[in-house]
Design a protein around this ligand. Structure first.
Ligand SMILES: *[C@@H]1O[C@H](CO)[C@@H](O)[C@H](O)[C@H]1NC(C)=O
Ligand SMILES: *[C@@H]1O[C@H](CO)[C@@H](O)[C@H](O)[C@H]1NC(C)=O
Ligand SMILES: *[C@@H]1O[C@H](CO)[C@@H](O)[C@H](O)[C@H]1NC(C)=O
Ligand SMILES: *[C@@H]1O[C@H](CO)[C@@H](O)[C@H](O)[C@H]1NC(C)=O
Ligand SMILES: *[C@@H]1O[C@H](CO)[C@@H](O)[C@H](O)[C@H]1NC(C)=O
Ligand SMILES: *[C@@H]1O[C@H](CO)[C@@H](O)[C@H](O)[C@H]1NC(C)=O
Ligand SMILES: *[C@@H]1O[C@H](CO)[C@@H](O)[C@H](O)[C@H]1NC(C)=O
Ligand SMILES: *[C@@H]1O[C@H](CO)[C@@H](O)[C@H](O)[C@H]1NC(C)=O
Length: 700
């Protein structure tokens, strides 16, 4: 199938060469069992279960566990009757529903230690590990002509985390995966069957692109097996990784100057079935693919991937990013227009990639972006009770209603409402992974074995062992709403504690102190962003204060986005919420036919006021009602944020896009006040479900 070959012949030769080179040098590298063929992480991830949340973040995880994420297993046919567990339901022929769900529920269950959710994931893990087919395949595709590797990637990421969190699962999972790797390598050696299109398959060529472009997620699990549970299959695991990469649709071919679309793509047509660049333009693929450079560098030791990773993330957000930290792709890359959409799947996948890149490459840029995305774009796409999520979110989204016309590439007219399954069901089953994986990645260890890193800031606690003994650290904070982080530390021995200082910190109003010692200035390392503290055995307290100022970012059409600290502030458009029973994802006019819990609804947000405001940024003043204890409750619920910015504003002429959503605001001399000046509030983006995020400016 010619059109499957998106790499040039010259490129393939280079890759084949690397393949041979890496496998031969890797064989030598196994002289000592402690030597790894894989490059180490800059900051090694900790096993699931080592990190828990505190305070407001723990409350959010508990709401997630008690919301849609923690209840799909009770009522959603894709899970209860899923074809992975002996049932007959699957929303698509790719059979990815249970794998996505499992990938999110395992970290959620073990981060909140919720016995009910653990029971759910154990039940599914039990079924899958006891129903492997004789040839090694895992999954419902008993007909070998209907197989493609893809849906196994999220499933296996879930199994990996389950083993890390609970050693009871080590034997059944490692055994199952061992047989599956035998199967995979055999198929890959046999003309990449199940990875590329193969003769006689019922699947279409496009069905194979997901597995080929999402390869990093499979290679991560193989690297984990290699390092933790090789079971004598070291060479086979390396061969499988190399085959997967060699036969991939390689992100290295996309983030190349002159190839990458460093421009507006809005309205540029693309045929998903035939365009060789479709896999690279698809937003969720981008979210998953950004980690490629960190994953592949561990395998091939190609030092140039460090720079390519930086370019990839930078270009993605410079040319196709929202100020809230996510990728504008509805479902393909769009540009910067404020009516463009972002999938919830894209948000959670990009969060995972960015936190992975920080672990793999140690560059603070990725950690800053992981926090930006989590604390803004991700929370904005979920209702405060965690029962509703959007399929698409827009920077300028003053209402979330059935639209007269969809402004998105191939998304329905209710894609930006909140609910059970506004559009395609992928975000329903995939949204759960975002927050628990962020919490998991918030601490890591240094390669010398005696350093602990607080990589992603927030109220969290960690318990682990370093070379000097056990250590427990608990961080109490209202961050990102509060600016003080208070650590309680208990350690058996002396160790190095590193705290990440976000790039936006204001040195003159930031400081750190140990026990009751004097406050000192922060001195973060320019590469990692880490401030180092030497901690002695016993009990220690650390207090860090991160001062910040309001700053603005230029957005298209003479608009700005407003930032302070990690939070983005949007102009809140007051709205009224109405609900209906949930609709079928593929029939907007019909309710779902299965019973749902009372809390499971579709949510529609109607704007109570006009939204066509411009603000005068010179009049912005910051306000906080955060109490001295920093107590927070549902800070992302509309109206509940303790922080806001007041600013002078007026209404301006502003037309619609497709007669359906806010379009291009008036500019130049036609931008003038339609009425009197009034004071409006900018609130944290995540709490502004209805908002103007890219805000026109005017001088008042
Ligand atoms: C290998 O697969 C490709 C498509 O992926 C196909 O074009 C080719 O004919 C196959 N070769 C053999 C020897 O089966
Ligand atoms: C790598 O893939 C190319 C096709 O993309 C193939 O021609 C080559 O044989 C593969 N090399 C190895 C070592 O598998
Ligand atoms: C680990 O998994 C086993 C088997 O499912 C279960 O019985 C046990 O309770 C789990 N342990 C923890 C700590 O959750
Ligand atoms: C991007 O292209 C679309 C379609 O041509 C156009 O409407 C829009 O104004 C462009 N956006 C920017 C920011 O230039
Ligand atoms: C290493 O990565 C660079 C940059 O991403 C790429 O251009 C180059 O082809 C890779 N080198 C090899 C030998 O594959
Ligand atoms: C991102 O790319 C732009 C344009 O190439 C460059 O000016 C900027 O310094 C880059 N930023 C980072 C963080 O690399
Ligand atoms: C939204 O409601 C709040 C509280 O009633 C009010 O202070 C604010 O001015 C309203 N916003 C707009 C844009 O009307
Ligand atoms: C809400 O926005 C719509 C679309 O711009 C507008 O027509 C309507 O007047 C607004 N509603 C209110 C109550 O202002």
């Amino acid at each position: 199938m010619e059109h499957q070959h998106t790499t040039s012949p010259r490129k393939m030769n280079v890759k084949a060469f690397i393949f041979l080179l890496s496998t031969s040098t890797l064989a030598l590298a196994r002289i000592s069992p402690r030597d790894s063929a894989l490059l180490p992480f800059s900051f090694a991830p900790l096993p699931l279960g080592s990190v828990k949340a505190n305070g407001w973040l723990q409350a959010e995880l508990e709401m997630e566990a008690n919301g849609l994420a923690g209840h799909m297993h009770d009522f959603l046919p894709d899970i209860t009757d899923g074809n992975w567990v002996g049932g007959s339901t699957s929303y698509s022929g790719l059979n990815e529903g249970i794998p996505y769900w499992f990938n999110g529920l395992v970290p959620l269950a073990y981060t909140v230690d919720d016995e009910r959710l653990k029971e759910q994931v154990h039940q599914v893990a039990q079924y899958i590990t006891t129903h492997q087919l004789g040839d090694g395949w895992i999954g419902p595709e008993s007909d070998s002509n209907s197989r493609t590797f893809w849906a196994r990637y999220p499933l296996i990421l879930g199994l990996m985390n389950l083993v890390d969190a609970n050693s009871t699962w080590e034997e059944p999972v490692v055994d199952t995966l061992g047989h599956f790797v035998d199967y995979m390598l055999n198929r890959l050696q046999n003309n990449y069957t199940d990875y590329w299109y193969h003769e006689g398959s019922e699947l279409q060529p496009v069905d194979f692109t997901w597995g080929r472009v999402r390869y990093p997620d499979m290679i991560i699990s193989l690297q984990w097996l290699y390092e933790n549970h090789p079971a004598g299959k070291e060479q086979e695991l390396l061969d499988t990784m190399n085959f997967l990469y060699n036969g991939s649709i390689d992100w290295n071919d996309w983030y190349v100057e002159g190839v990458y679309p460093a421009h507006n793509l809005s309205g540029v047509p693309i045929d998903a079935n035939t365009s060789p660049i479709f896999p690279f333009e698809h937003g969720v693929n981008v979210g998953q693919g950004l980690k490629s450079f960190g994953v592949v560098r561990r395998l091939t030791h190609n030092a140039s991937l460090i720079e390519t990773a930086k370019n990839a993330v930078n270009w993605t957000f410079t040319y196709h990013g929202s100020a809230s930290g996510t990728v504008l792709a509805d479902e393909i890359l769009e540009g910067l227009d404020p009516w463009s959409g972002s999938e919830t799947c894209t948000a959670v996948e990009t969060m995972y990639s960015l936190s992975y890149l920080y672990q793999a490459l140690g560059d603070a840029y990725y950690a800053d972006r992981a926090e930006l995305l989590t604390y803004n774009a991700m929370f904005a796409q979920i209702t405060a009770d965690w029962w509703g999520h959007q399929y698409m979110a827009q920077p300028n989204q003053p209402f979330c209603e059935e639209l007269s016309a969809s402004p998105f590439w191939n998304v329905n007219a209710v894609g930006q409402t909140f609910g059970l399954q506004p559009n395609y069901p992928c975000c329903q089953v995939n949204h759960p992974q975002g927050l628990p994986k962020f919490v998991m990645a918030s601490y890591a260890t240094t390669s010398d074995g005696n350093g602990l890193v607080h990589a992603l800031l927030g109220p969290t606690q960690v318990s682990t062992s370093l070379s000097s003994g056990n250590v427990q650290v608990s961080c109490n904070t209202a961050y990102p709403f509060g600016d003080t982080l208070s650590y309680g530390i208990q350690s058996d021995g002396d160790f190095d504690f590193y705290v990440r200082v976000p790039s936006w910190y204001d040195p003159s109003s930031s400081s750190i102190s140990i026990n009751s010692g004097p406050s000192t200035v922060l001195s973060p390392d320019s590469q990692s962003g880490l401030h180092k503290l030497s901690i002695s055995a016993g009990q220690t307290t650390v207090t860090m204060k991160l001062g910040s100022a309001i700053w603005t970012e230029t957005r298209p059409y003479d608009t700005i986005a407003v930032h302070r600290g990690t939070l983005v502030y949007a102009l809140e458009i007051n709205s009224t919420v109405s609900t209906t029973p949930p609709h079928q994802w593929n029939n907007l006019n019909a309710q779902v036919t299965f019973p749902v819990p009372d809390q499971c609804k579709d949510f529609f947000f109607a704007n109570d006021t006009a939204w066509n405001f411009a603000i005068d940024p010179s009049t912005m003043t910051f306000h906080s009602s955060l109490d001295a204890n920093g107590d927070l409750s549902t800070p992302y619920a509309p109206g509940a944020s303790p922080l806001w910015i007041e600013v002078q504003a007026c209404l301006i002429p502003w037309g619609m896009h497709l007669d359906s959503v806010p379009g291009i605001p008036s500019m130049g001399s036609s931008r003038s006040c339609l009425g009197s000046t009034q004071t409006v509030r900018l609130v944290p983006y995540g709490s502004a479900k209805t908002r103007i995020g890219d805000i026109p400016t005017i001088s008042l």
